[in-house]
Write a protein that binds this ligand. Structure first.
Ligand code: FAD
Length: 364
């Protein structure tokens, strides 16, 4: 048995490790260098999982939740087997104890993997039931697609990203940016750089879609921050994203009253205090509880941490095999699944790798 793994990211590297350990022949094809997104994740600290889990942490399909429920404990054992030590913060986020994403990648590459780096897969042919890669490499019995998504790549690099999937006539959900900041109407230059904690709610017309508390960061033309990125993952799933706004409450559950503008400097960032001077003093408590930013668009796929959309999940079975060709496996971000911030996306990709690796070993 011989397996082609396409994409040396979180999912592909786990599959490669499992096959290697079980003596199954494989080749891992990587168009650049392995683990780039792992290295970039969590601001270089790699938030690789989360010990808290609810169905709402994943959009797209309940399959993602079921996969993670089943494979998360195995994932922790897998990391132990690679000597990767982890720690958990107060939000349940799991990090390598070194706080370095390089530790994660180094542990995943601890074994000498059968890896072809800088070898992008552009073409896959099937002859007599076997697969050939780029008309050169093969024959392979099974192919694992762990190519991730076009999120975070500049437009030039996004071209032909999904080309290697073309021969398989797959149904796709439109790719949209998720976990990304919003551009908002008006100029926010005055508030550029202000960071503060508040409650953020995504509204469409008058309907609240999502709310959470956390830090926001004002940009020149919009807003970012983890709770804003999470709002973007709900925004990405709206069929029609028109008439959306963010309403910030800087002091939830706190009654406010000001007797002078000068007092504001003791409550909020001085840039925000200056900005608020455009309102009559008696209106400022209301503004601080209902600070409205009208969304024009997200910052785009180039700035997104993940994509919403991808290979429609109803085309794969419980082992992530394509129903119409069970020698083709799909795992990680290529699937139409996206999670919120907090380690859920890497955890899903790693768990898919565990599942696919196990499934391939069982069909040996
Ligand atoms: C800046 C940033 C920060 C992030 N932080 C976090 C975080 O802290 N926690 C979290 O859970 N998630 C985070 N994510 C998301 C997370 O990194 C991804 O969801 C995860 O890496 C997806 O894993 P994957 O294996 O599906 O794809 P990837 O890790 O993207 O791997 C896919 C690999 O396939 C390769 N490839 C693509 N096409 C081909 C081809 N045709 N031939 C050969 N190789 C190919 C790519 O070069 C890539 O190396 C972050 C993402 C970004 C961009």
């Amino acid at each position: 048995m011989s397996v082609a793994i396409i994409g040396g990211g979180a999912c592909g590297l786990v599959v490669a490790n499992i096959l290697q350990k079980n003596g199954i022949e494989y080749t891992l094809f990587e168009k650049g260098s392995v683990g780039k997104k792992i290295l970039a994740s969590g601001n270089g600290k790699a938030n690789i999982a989360n010990i808290r889990l609810t169905k709402e942490d994943y959009h797209g399909s309940s399959l993602a939740y079921r996969i993670v429920c089943k494979y998360r404990p195995k994932l922790f054992s897998f990391w132990k087997s690679l000597s990767l030590q982890t720690k958990v913060d107060e939000e349940g986020r799991v990090y390598p104890i070194s706080e370095s994403s390089l530790s994660v990648l180094t542990c995943l590459c601890r074994e000498k993997l059968n890896l072809l780096e800088h070898c992008g897969v552009e073409r896959i042919d099937k002859n007599d039931g076997k697969y050939w890669i780029n008309q050169t490499y093969g024959p392979f019995d099974d192919v694992v697609f762990s190519i991730g998504s076009a999120a975070s790549f500049v437009e030039e690099k996004r071209k032909n990203f999904y080309q290697c999937l073309q021969p398989f006539d797959l149904a796709f959900h439109e790719i949209k940016p998720s976990l990304v900041g919003f551009r908002c109407k008006g100029s926010w230059k005055e508030l550029f750089g202000v960071r503060c904690k508040c409650s953020v709610a995504l509204f469409q017309n008058n309907q609240e879609i999502h709310r959470e508390y956390g830090e926001v960061i004002f940009k020149k033309d919009g807003i970012s921050g983890i709770c804003v990125l999470n709002c973007s993952s709900y925004y990405a799933h709206l069929n029609d994203p028109s008439d959306c706004s963010l309403i910030l409450d800087f002091f939830p559950q706190q009654e406010l009253h000001f007797t002078s503008y000068e007092e504001l400097n003791g409550w909020v960032h001085p840039k925000l205090a200056t900005y608020l001077k455009r309102y009559p003093l008696e209106k400022i408590p209301y503004v601080l509880h209902h600070f409205r930013l009208e969304i024009t668009e997200t910052y785009g796929l180039e700035f997104a941490q993940v994509s919403c959309g991808g290979v429609k999940i109803d085309q794969v079975d419980e082992y992530l095999r394509l129903k119409k060709d069970p020698h083709l496996y799909f795992g990680g971000e290529i699937l139409d699944v996206d999670g919120v911030c907090g380690g859920y996306n890497l955890m899903f990709a790693f768990c898919c790798g565990m599942l696919i690796g196990e499934a391939l070993c069982n069909t040996k």
